[in-house]
Structure formats: C-alpha cells, structure tokens
Design a protein around this ligand. Structure first.
Ligand SMILES: O=C(O)c1cc(C(=O)O)oc(=O)c1
Length: 291
C-alpha cells in the first residue's frame, strides 16, 4: 500500500498546447508495479502508487509523443522486472535504463540489452538510496563496457563538487538527471549552477536532462523560476540535452504536476523548432536508438 502522504500521479492531465515534433521521445519516465506482479523492493525508501506500463503508454499518446526511455526507479531497487516487461511490450518504442547489482553477469546484461536497456543508473540522492561505495559503481561501469551502455546519474547540487573526480573516472557518456537539481533560489549566475555548466563545458561526454521543473520550482505550479536554468543548458549544449516527464512523479509534495503543463514548458526552454527537434528527437534517438 502506498505511503500515507504519497501523491498519486495526475488522473487526467490536460492536452498540451505545444505540438511535439514527429518522433518525440519522453526520455525520463518510470513504471511502478503493479505490485501484485512486480513487488516493490524491501529496501525501498518510499512506497508509490502503482503506475503500470499501460498508463505510461496512454500518457505518451495523449501528450503527442512516440517513444519512451523508461528509467528504473529506486522503489524497485535492482529488480528490473517491471522495466523489462514494459520494454518487451513497447518493442522499438521504448528503451530502458536499469539499476544493477555489482554481481550482475555479462549474460544478464546481454539479456537486458536485447530487451532494450541501453544504460545503468547510479543514484546518489540520500533520501532515496543507501550510499554505494564508488568502487562498486566503478566495477559496474567496467561490466557494462562490452555493451557500450551509458551511465545516468542522479544527485543534488550540493553533491556535485565531491562527485566530479568520480565522474571523471567514468569514460563513457554520462547523463545527469534533472540538471543536477539546482537550488533555483540561488539563480543561474550562482557558483553552484555555474559549476554544473562548467562541468558540461569541460566534458563533452556529459549530457543532462532539462526535466523536473515541478520538483525544483519555488512557486508551484508555476515553473517560470526554473525556465532560465533549463534554457541556459539547452542553448549552451543543444546536442547534449534530453527531456522527460518524470511520470509518475514519485515523492511530489508541493503539488500533483499536470503532464500537459510540463510539455508546455518545452517551447519556453527550447525556443526554436531546431532546438526542440534536437531536444526531443535527434539527441534521444542518437543515444538510445542508434543500435
Ligand atoms: O526526486 C525523486 O524522488 C525521484 C525519485 C526517483 C526514483 O525513485 O528513482 O527518480 C527520479 O527521477 C526522481
């Protein structure tokens, strides 16, 4: 049963005004359960409502998108069964990012690759996971090399400085979730966000998702205070940005985001058709559908 204070995803999101280009990819979303088929992990730090693949694919069509990149969420730990099931149902219309144990075998990784997995996720957010020794992550990074997978990392802005040496040890494409979660109260010019911008300037193998204004805004459900952060990244790194709904929006406290409204933020952060095409089609297709 979901946590007492858990806010389930929006039951009927609005139709976005923004029309996504043909082939648009929701490059960050999750599937949860259903718990009776895919139980939540005993070590999870939250218990969500069920958010099955059927609802995800329904939302994809409702928002005018064509493909999904489904990211393993911490509530399922390293049991990727729900993710794999969704990938097998979607065929070429979905790819995945898994969370694996250091004991994972090459055969298991190859089976995930055949299902559509193209990366692993390293989660550093303390309220979501217990900390994992860097050596463990480095051993996983070694194991995925034969697959040519990339690494998605989820951390908060205060963690960045300490993580930079570790990120520099990962010699594969790295995708940072949700812009590294900047504190929008500090503004784009603050040293913290500038450190993140500099990280991408210094490392052309580091990408970022310009997602989750709903998590970062100080003025929910208005997302204007987050727009300058995402727009800076889209304009400075147009070939290394991805966008996602983050449906079903786990652990939201301030409000239940309307996915149609999230889509309508896109033209504000990617103000030209060319930038929108890179963000929603070219970049995710290059990273997830190039093999
Ligand atoms: O901020 C969060 O609570 C959150 C959690 C997860 C997860 O549990 O994996 O993933 C996300 O992208 C965001």
């Amino acid at each position: 049963m979901m946590d007492a204070d858990y806010l389930p995803f929006h039951p009927n999101p609005s139709q976005p005004a923004f029309r996504a280009p043909a082939g648009a990819v929701d490059a960050h979303c999750h599937v949860f359960g259903p718990a009776d088929r895919f139980p939540y992990h005993p070590k999870r730090k939250y218990t969500p409502c069920d958010a099955p693949k059927e609802k995800l694919f329904e939302l994809r069509d409702h928002l005018g998108f064509e493909r999904n990149v489904i990211v393993q969420a911490s509530c399922h730990g390293t049991d990727n069964a729900a993710l794999i099931d969704a990938l097998e149902s979607a065929g070429q219309l979905a790819r995945g990012v898994a969370v694996v144990d250091p004991s994972v075998t090459l055969e298991e990784l190859q089976a995930m690759d055949r299902a559509g997995v193209r990366g692993v996720r390293f989660n550093f957010v303390k309220r979501l996971v217990d900390s994992t020794p860097k050596e463990v992550f480095l051993s996983i990074a070694e194991k995925i090399k034969p697959l040519g997978w990339h690494i998605v990392v989820y951390f908060e802005a205060p963690d960045l400085e300490g993580l930079i040496p570790f990120l520099n040890e990962l010699d594969t494409t790295i995708v940072v979730d949700h812009m590294g979660r900047p504190d929008v109260a500090k503004g784009v010019e603050h040293a913290d966000f500038q450190r993140f911008v500099q990280l991408l300037r210094d490392n052309d193998r580091i990408w970022t998702k310009v997602s989750c204004p709903e998590r970062l805004t100080l003025t929910p459900p208005d997302y204007s205070d987050v727009v300058p952060f995402a727009r800076t990244l889209v304009e400075q790194f147009p070939d290394r940005v991805l966008w996602g709904t983050d449906w079903p929006h786990p652990n939201m406290k301030s409000h239940v985001p309307d996915d149609g409204h999230l889509v309508d933020v896109i033209p504000r952060i990617a103000p030209t058709a060319e930038l929108q095409h890179k963000l929603l089609v070219d970049n995710p297709m290059r990273l997830y559908w190039s093999k």
